[in-house]
Write a protein that binds this ligand. Structure first.
Ligand code: SF4
Length: 231
């Protein structure tokens, strides 16, 4: 594992799901820690959907990707996921300062100039570019340009799926509540497993054996939870 603010070394990750009502663990999925959290997400959600009637899913900004947004749409599941913008140099205006005009498929910058479509990258990003002559003489160019002669904005071909998630999470009461519930459920479950169930350390080597630890720990956690619920 080599991640910011995390120890470096050999670790496993347990990707986990809980239900939003009672915080019961409904799925565990151990992987090597070298895998990005977003990679197994859709596979895990598909398995959840086979067992449960999943209508909504809340997740943190690590899962804010266009393929996940599109995948959830195909599964007919509404996501409430924290928005994450790509990296940008400090002091430079973000993409949020630009308005996308769907009708004309272009962006309008804070100086009211158009950035028009130029190309689509292999990674699925449509690139919109401003006019060199206009940007060169713009009073905001120091806060807008990053080495190029004109501002470039990238928009994923599945951006609309991400925008639907943004609208749900940021503009609806249900979306806000689902996202807020994360802290009270999955974050709490992870903390309990680590603090109370010895989950800070891998007891085995190999994914199959680690799955046993994940399942047994989740079973113990769930039994305690259910006992409390029916007491
Ligand atoms: S630098 Fe270009 S894109 Fe940026 S605000 Fe000025 S005119 Fe608009």
């Amino acid at each position: 594992m080599t991640r910011d603010r995390k120890p470096q070394g050999f670790f496993y990750l347990n990707h986990m799901c809980v239900d939003g009502e009672n915080n019961i663990i409904t799925g565990v999925h151990p992987t090597s820690a070298a895998i990005n959290d977003a990679v197994p997400f859709l596979e895990i959600i598909k398995k959840q959907q086979e067992k449960f009637n999943v209508k909504y899913v809340g997740a943190d900004a690590g899962y804010y990707t266009a393929p996940i947004a599109k995948g959830l749409e195909k599964l007919n599941i509404q996501g409430s996921i924290a928005r994450r913008l790509g990296p940008k140099p400090k002091g430079i205006m973000s993409k949020l300062n630009f308005n996308y005009i769907e009708e004309f498929d272009l962006y309008v910058c804070p100086e009211n100039h158009h950035l028009t479509y130029k190309t689509t990258t292999r990674q699925g990003y449509k690139e919109y570019i401003g006019c060199k002559e206009v940007c060169k003489n713009c009073p905001r160019k120091d806060k807008c340009l990053t080495g190029n002669d004109a501002r470039i904005i990238r928009r994923h071909v599945w951006q609309e799926s991400l925008t639907k998630i943004d609208r749900f999470k940021e503009k609806t009461k249900l979306g806000k509540n689902i996202y807020k519930r994360r802290k009270e459920t999955i974050e709490r479950a992870f903390a309990d497993l680590k603090e109370l169930h010895g989950f800070r350390y891998a007891r085995f080597r190999g994914l199959e054996k680690m799955k046993e630890q994940c399942l047994m720990t989740a079973a113990a956690y769930n039994m305690k939870k259910i006992a409390k619920l029916i007491a």
